[in-house]
Design a protein. Sequence first.
Length: 322
Amino acid sequence: MVRTNIIERYPEEEEVGLTLSQLEGGLVVEIIRDDGAEDVSINDPEAEVDEDDILICMGSGVTNSYDDLLSIGRLAKQLDVSLSMHTPYYMDLATRNELSAKCIDAIRWSGFMTHALQGEIVVTHMGLYGGRGQRETAELVTESLADVMAWWEDNSISPLLGLEVSGRQEVFGSLDEVLEICDELDNVVPVINFPHYHAREGGALMEAADFADLFDRVHDYVGGRFHTHFAGVEHEGFNEKRLTPIKKGDLRFEPLAEALVDKKPEMTIISSSPLLEHDAMYMKVIHERVLTRRVVKALRKKGKAVADTASDYDDEYDDEEE
């Protein structure tokens, strides 16, 4: 959903009477219908199209129909691939205007699509403080998200909504703020973007223990199933400047790999590096390297214990012979 265009159009003659899920030539995420008193939003995939409806179409190029989403979801399950979706990067959930309404729509449509994909989570930012105080911003964001989650429940949307920790002081979304909203709303969980957190906290993730402490703090909110992002990062004055390849900056992957081997959490790590695929593979290699070192060390320790036991046995046997 990061780059998408929304198109509003009337249905073609041959589309009238078809269900939303049967429409082709562009994904229709919503039907707007005039019921005589006000416009009604319809998101049921089995709702039939009337000739006077307005169709809200997703022009992102991801898919041409709702049925494509279902097919992709089935294929992902067969391949044991976990799917998620990220809303547009710019979000504004603390104001009450046309822009914030579009942001809320983007979250709703992401939920609609991710549900069809059998995905696990929709991830979103929440927006700027915009000159408001922390408490006022938190209340406004929570109200917006409460409306979203009420729609989520009304439409039986199954994925979780993940609130991503932000990397700049002017952007709402410190870990404390995220956890506070998660305390208030059901099916809303924290998403740890490690470079964002590292930058906002002034370089807090340096050792394996720092990552382990972060796991412990978030564990109960996510039910033991973490969804995270990783990249390198440049930061200054408790603010993220930019994401970088992992080998640049002071946020290293090795301590995270050590914490993963120690704590063994169930975790998805999304590469958000400018070197997207390269650094995804780099993380995999580093994790396997740390894991291999740990296994070899354990085997050596076990081998030494076996050797010591054998030596003790030989000494005992020799004493009995004498």
